[in-house]
Design a binder for this molecule. Structure first.
Ligand SMILES: Cc1cc2nc3c(=O)[nH]c(=O)nc-3n(C[C@H](O)[C@H](O)[C@H](O)COP(=O)(O)OP(=O)(O)OC[C@H]3O[C@@H](n4cnc5c(N)ncnc54)[C@H](O)[C@@H]3O)c2cc1C
Length: 354
């Protein structure tokens, strides 16, 4: 079959790769030029956190996220270029004055998961110093042993490398698709026919779907005086942050969540909030260097849930919101399943008619 994937963010890239591995001929289109990194997926911190996200999210996110956590290790083994990935658990903590917020977090997770499951296997109450000596001042916390992280930029490059070396994939950079429908796409006044079209445009699909943009800002710090090993969330009534440790004392501090389609640079206010909260976690961040600041907008639907919809000739993936890196493998697998079921049904119908 002749397939088109529109959008080379995490959804479109992983989808193209998995379709090609199943023997399909796929043409991938993106409006970005080769080497450009303006897709939202390049901005992500790479937190793979189905459980901690449950505080704000629906159980669907937890279940899809857990499925992705099973797929990631298998898929990463199939990449030629290795990608930084860890599943060493995460910490959730709060300052003494905000203990009530941490207790609330724990109760919400317990209620959504069921108390027994939450308390025995997935969420452990600990003294933070058991996992991070330098953070003993934070007192108590929660340890979520199944959570992980990945380097999204490394993943995006590594998957693209597979696509560029695949005989089943053709890539068109710098091509903005103006309209797409089942079996057809239009770019720069020319129309091309396909057996199936996959729409993975993220916010680029906002004229067709009720999408909204949620701005996120993230700072990259080089901090030789800090040695935090675990992904750490600070629960705070106003400035919630996560600290994502990467090799060589690199830390990602994020992320703001602002209802706006605004791609302008990180604001002073957000920088102050993110950095003061980081400094309150570890004084060593005071001497850190800000080596990068990242802004992008997350594609969100009104219910903040991911969306996979298949009709004859077209499958749409969107609404990955703040969990796109986490959810992409599960969502891509679901899209391929729906597409193949629909195609098999159509073939069955034709044979029956004959
Ligand atoms: C600061 C920040 C931190 C984040 N941290 C995390 C995290 O830790 N963990 C996590 O799971 N998620 C995180 N996210 C969310 C995650 O980044 C998104 O959910 C995800 O990147 C969405 O992927 P996507 O493929 O749907 O969209 P995108 O990455 O935006 O890709 C869409 C692609 O479609 C292309 N396109 C659009 N329109 C057209 C068109 N007309 N023609 C051709 N091409 C087109 C675009 O150029 C783009 O390449 C974070 C997001 C932000 C902003």
């Amino acid at each position: 079959m002749k397939l088109a994937v529109i959008g080379a963010g995490i959804a479109g890239r992983l989808l193209t790769w998995r379709l090609a591995k199943r023997g399909h001929q796929v043409t991938l289109y993106d409006k970005q030029q080769k080497g450009e990194e303006s897709a939202c997926s390049f901005a992500a911190a790479g937190i793979l956190s189905p459980l901690a996200e449950l505080e704000m999210a629906e159980l669907d996110i937890f279940e899809l996220g857990n499925h992705s956590m099973k797929l990631y290790p298998q898929w990463l083994k199939q990449l030629t270029t290795p990608v930084f990935y860890r599943q060493t658990g995460s910490l959730v903590t709060a300052h003494g004055s905000d203990r009530v917020e941490l207790d609330h977090f724990y109760r919400v997770i317990q209620r959504k998961l069921g108390a027994e499951k939450a308390s025995q296997t997935l969420v452990k109450k600990i003294a933070v110093a058991e996992k991070e000596e330098d953070l003993s001042h934070l007192g108590d916390g929660l340890y979520l042993p199944t959570e992980g992280q990945i380097d999204p930029v490394g993943l995006m490059h590594s998957v693209m490398n597979e696509l560029e070396h695949s005989d089943c994939v053709t890539i068109h950079y710098g091509k903005r698709i103006s309209t797409l429908s089942n079996g057809q796409i239009e770019a720069e006044g020319t129309t091309e026919a396909f057996d199936w079209v996959f729409d993975c445009r993220g916010l680029g699909a906002k004229n067709d779907l009720p999408l909204r943009a949620v701005r996120g800002e993230l700072l990259w710090l080089q901090a030789p005086d800090v040695s935090i090993k675990h992904l750490t969330r600070l629960i705070h009534p106003r400035y919630r942050i996560y600290v994502v440790p990467r090799p060589n004392n690199l830390y990602l501090i994020g992320a703001t969540e602002i209802e706006s389609e605004d791609y302008s640079p990180v604001s002073v206010r957000s920088s102050l909030e993110l950095l003061s909260a980081a400094y309150s976690v570890h004084r060593g961040f005071g001497e850190a260097r800000i080596i990068n600041s990242v802004v992008n907008c997350r594609p969100a639907l009104p219910n903040n849930l991911p969306w996979v919809k298949t009709q004859s000739g077209i499958t749409k993936i969107n609404g990955l919101y703040r969990h796109g890196i986490l959810l992409a493998p599960a969502v891509v697998e679901q899209a391929i399943k729906e597409f193949e079921q629909e195609v098999n049904q159509e073939i069955g119908n034709v044979q029956y008619a004959n």
